[in-house]
Design a binder for this molecule. Sequence first.
Ligand code: AHR
Length: 506
Amino acid sequence: MKHTAIINLDAPGPTINKHIYGHFAEHLGRCIYGGFYVGEDSPIPNKDGIRLDVVEAFKRLNIPNLRWPGGCFADEYHWMDGIGPKNKRPTMINTHWGGVTENNHFGTHEFMELCELLGAEPYITGNVGSGTVHEMSQWVEYLNFDGQSPMTELRKQNGRDKPWNVRFWGIGNENWGCGGGMTPEYYADKARNYSVYCRNYGNKRLYKIAGGPNVDDYRWMETLMKKLVYCPSGLPEDRFVNGISLHYYTFAGSWEQKGKALEADSDKWLILMKNAWRMDELITRHSAIMDQYDPRRKIGLVVDEWGTWHQVEEGTNPGFLYQQNTIRDALSASLHLDIFHHHANRVVMANLAQAVNVLQAPILTEGEKMVLTPTYHVLEMKKDHMDGTALPIILNPENPVLEYNNTTFPALSISASRKNGRFLLSLTNIDPEKSYPISVDLRGGEVQKMTGRILTSTKLNGHNSFENPHEVEPQNFTDFSIKGGTLHCTIPAHSFITFSFTSTVN
Ligand code: AHR
């Protein structure tokens, strides 16, 4: 059984927005404290308390944006508690995540410094569930206004003269659930109100993102599109929001019965991959609703929470959502990113949940130790797709499929992009057991200087641990040939390969 595909190297296509490769850092478990932030007095090398090994590792991924402070935490967070001298900051209970006491030592200034160190654009989610319009409006003023005002005076007292000009603002999070238990109509009315008072200062325009549907809640999406995209004068400024979020997590089971991260079971593997492919259906159907109200695709779909969600590791706090990460998670991530590429004309941003020590984390830490997970390596191998032109992939309809419970889904995922005269081709074989010969007919220009890299493992649960941090890492892949413009190779079971090349077209 063989896979074949055709790619026209000179074909037009939408740009893969770099923000599709975004990340998410919530005050949850050890994501912020211990993950990104260890405090100034820590023996772990840090800058103003921000750990430098984690920053350096993320910089190698060119991360485009970081979403903060939540998640469910966002709709309980009062930003003024997180500014000023640390010893005077009030504490709060993090009721969603383990009931632990949050000391607010990591707040607005610390987050903005983290983003500066990472070279990432901040994406801040405001509190709609338990906050006020006034509170969020003041947060925007504090971060973005350059004139004289109560909030700019406060900012200056706290040591920052110039505004940061934060562009991405979330109007609440999961407001159908942890963010306030609202109906779509009620939330949409609230979001309109919040949106009006989140002001644009100077000539910088905010990109406002409404709290969108959970999974397949199409009524939520339709209501938001009806109520928020309203544009009385036809001018873009009259839209209440610029984007709508979508959250979808992938289980090796279900929400009620999650699988274990280190399980090496082919059935569970297939369930997870079937669930991963569901992202394609969700985006297609949500986009179809969006198209009815926004045919020119001005409103972005922002998948600001996605990733695998397993049972927590034994012996860890159940509220901290700490899980290991294997080659299976890495391939699921690759599949998701391909799906986002294929929907690049609607999906403008996505945020993997979460950056460090929580859910599908690219980085795990334990004290001073840090380990890069297989998911990290997929992000690194795919990073050159960012801002590339997505090339259409013509797949042979006879290509092999996998089956679980009478549902079939493709065994191989492909995406390709062109940027500044370079091409990146990604092939992901999600079959747990079979390798496949594959031929990709690369048309429209002669392929030059092709190199390959592979990420795989001998085990279905291959992973990196603090004891064995280099078990799953990319290797050079040379076992391919180009004949008459067609790339031939065999992609091993549960593997991810990238080919980088130039061409006579650019
Ligand atoms: O990422 C963990 C949680 O999942 C987030 O806080 C919430 O938005 C979602 O339900």
